[in-house]
Write a protein that binds this ligand. Structure first.
Ligand code: T4K
Length: 375
């Protein structure tokens, strides 16, 4: 029964299949499968309304959206970014021939530390690519101040940030561009998908062209664009998911509250961040396994595995440790002590709307047991 069921760090939230069937029938009837069909238009409009933003462009996935966002702003040279993220963040720079310059994270937020950005700026620096890691906001004001001072563009990798708010405003409504992911593992999924939030209709038009090979019309191509388009199946799912996402966010918040109450009682474990920021979307449930805990993070990860609980070490290894990055001067671990520590201490626990109370209790029981020093 539930005690033997494998548990994963996440499980995609899906609406009841019967609700999706009429959408599929419409796609079958229309024979319009992709290339800006009717569901694409409806989802784009509905998503903008949900997020409270006027201009956005849907994508096939978050990685293509990131690559295109850099193209749209014509970013070149060097870009300051974080080593503490999913590898797609830095890969989007390499795909554009841009040199990533890693800057350490803040030890509390685990987001890019603005106090360290200025020292990394060179005459080649053109932009900052920051990540709202786990959906928690970067220091928006400090990053904006630095960008204004040095005339840099700011792109937020907001892959984790769907539904998060700061000061009553959507977190994705910041920077020059923000990029969302709707991958199956995200708070809001369209099977796979993504979006760029843009400031004006002109930028959106450029992005729409770039994601469609650079076509303006049947015979005019203005840029070496890519195929980044979201198809009708994904757009239809997105439209339907919008009806369910508030309930999913509320359930995540409730599960997070239960985890926090239990973990606060276990010496050596710390919830990240503490306290949870207002407007959080609870995209992940990262805990820090500190030295006061009887076993280290990797031993805890293995202990979970032995119980068929598949917690994840997001984000270990650091991006800067992968072979295509580790030779960079900015990738040296002694320059990134906070990121190195986080990569050694963080474990993301299972968190998703369908996580059942008894399964969450199984996760907590392992944390307590190991915390009591039980073998
Ligand atoms: N920027 C940031 C900051 C990101 O985190 C990401 C993606 C991106 C950019 C790029 O966006 P996309 O191009 O992906 O839209 C996963 C996701 O594949 C990736 O989207 C995500 N970040 C990253 C943090 O996590 P993996 O390799 O850990 O996924 P995987 O397949 O091991 O899935 C984790 C668990 O989820 C599995 O153990 C089981 C469960 N699962 C997964 C899938 C795909 C399911 O139950 N059903 C599923 O369909 O990378």
């Amino acid at each position: 029964m539930s005690s033997s069921r494998p548990l994963y760090v996440t499980q995609p939230a899906l609406p009841p299949l019967r609700e999706f069937m009429p959408y599929l029938e419409q796609i079958w009837d229309a024979r319009m499968l992709t290339n800006a069909g009717p569901f694409h238009a409806r989802f784009e409009a509905a998503l903008g309304e949900y997020l409270g933003v006027e201009h956005l462009a849907l994508f096939a996935n978050g990685t293509l959206a990131l690559i295109t966002a850099l193209q749209a702003l014509r970013i070149t040279g060097e870009v300051i970014t974080t080593p503490y993220s999913f590898v797609a963040t830095a890969h989007s720079l390499l795909w554009n021939g841009i040199k990533p310059v890693f800057v350490d994270v803040d030890p509390v937020t685990l987001n890019l530390d603005p106090a360290r950005i200025e020292a990394a700026i060179t005459p080649q620096t053109t932009a900052i690519l920051a990540v709202h890691v786990y959906g928690h906001p970067c220091d928006l004001d400090a990053i904006e101040r630095i960008a204004d001072t040095y005339n840099l563009r700011v792109i937020y990798d907001a892959a984790h940030a769907f539904g998060a708010r700061v000061g009553g405003r959507s977190l994705v409504d910041h920077g020059d561009l923000s990029v969302l992911s709707f991958h199956a593992t995200k708070v809001f999924n369209t099977f796979e998908g993504g979006a760029i939030i843009c400031p004006d209709a002109r930028t959106k038009q450029r992005i729409d062209r770039l994601k469609n090979f650079g076509f303006v019309d049947e015979v005019t191509v203005v840029a070496p664009g890519i195929n980044g388009k979201m198809n009708e199946f994904c757009a239809a799912l997105g439209l339907l998911q919008l009806e369910h996402v508030d309930a999913a966010l509320a359930r995540r918040a409730e599960l997070a509250r239960i985890y926090r109450a239990a973990i606060d009682e276990i010496p050596g474990l710390r919830c990240h961040p503490d306290p949870v920021p207002e407007g959080a979307n609870h995209a992940y449930f990262p805990i820090m396994v500190e030295s006061a805990y009887p076993i280290d993070r990797d031993a805890l990860y293995q202990r979970f595995k032995a119980r068929d609980i598949h917690a994840r070490r997001y984000f270990y290894p650091l991006i800067s440790a992968f072979p295509m990055y580790r030779g960079l001067p900015s990738a040296q671990p002694d320059l990134l002590p906070n990121a190195v520590r986080a990569a050694e201490q963080v474990l993301c626990l299972p968190l998703y709307p369908d996580l059942e109370a008894e399964d969450q209790a199984r996760v907590i029981a392992v944390l307590r047991e190991a915390g009591d020093g039980d073998a």
